[in-house]
Design a protein around this ligand. Sequence first.
Ligand code: ADP
Length: 263
Amino acid sequence: SSCQSNDADLNMKVGNIKHTFIVMSGKGGVGKSTVSVNLALSLSMHGLKTGILDVDIHGPSVPKMFGLSKEKIKMMDDQIVPQEVYNGLKVISMGFLLNSSEDAVILRGPAKAGIIRQFLENVAWGDLDCLVIDCPPGTGDEPLSVVQLLDTSRSSAVIVTTPQQLATIDVEKSISFCKQLNLPITGIVENMSGFICPHCHAEADIFSSGGGYKLSQKFDVSYLGAIPIDMEIARSGDEERPYLSSFPKTETAARFGEIVERL
Ligand code: ADP
């Protein structure tokens, strides 16, 4: 079909991206953007040429996490130029297109798909070892467009969940979405898993942890690891800095490091 020939075209254009990680979650507020941003930063700190693409149109939080909330799309020779932050990490966000969060409301499915296509096809990403895509929560239009536009032999999903969310069917929906689209699942990250006391460094299981591992067993997907509730993660978000840029050597940073090793 013509659709297939278009996709072949696109795959050639994004051919200089070696691997794409599509970060998904069943629900909002589980820390998907936090995980996306810190994984991208960690990959770039490991010396990999990395980009992060934020297609979360109704709540693009990636610009804020990098202190880029005032930035707008930059163009050069008809191509979109990504913002460069720490270690040359390249950033593109839906937020760069929007003047206010109300702007997002008028964008319907086809328009969103068009923008996503532009972000994959028409950005001067250069050669990338990995691209991290922060998708909106759920299994709607945006993750569908992303998966349909990418070559699934060079992309995979990272599913972020919290211990509370494990009791719901949302995570299972994300898993079956990937299976239906033949998108390999790199694994599950359990975020807000336990709390490390900043004073005594003991770990408390506020929402009980370990469910991510059980879920991964149940659905035969890999378990990538857990990130605890950490006050500094929340504070970094408020201060518009990625956690790992300020705290590269903490216990929590080591947890991000373990996840990156397993990617
Ligand atoms: P999502 O992208 O899933 O909507 P965010 O990444 O925006 O979620 O995170 C939601 C809020 O929770 C943010 O304020 C963020 O700083 C905070 N947060 C995320 N993960 C953690 C964590 N492990 N510890 C403490 N706060 C966290």
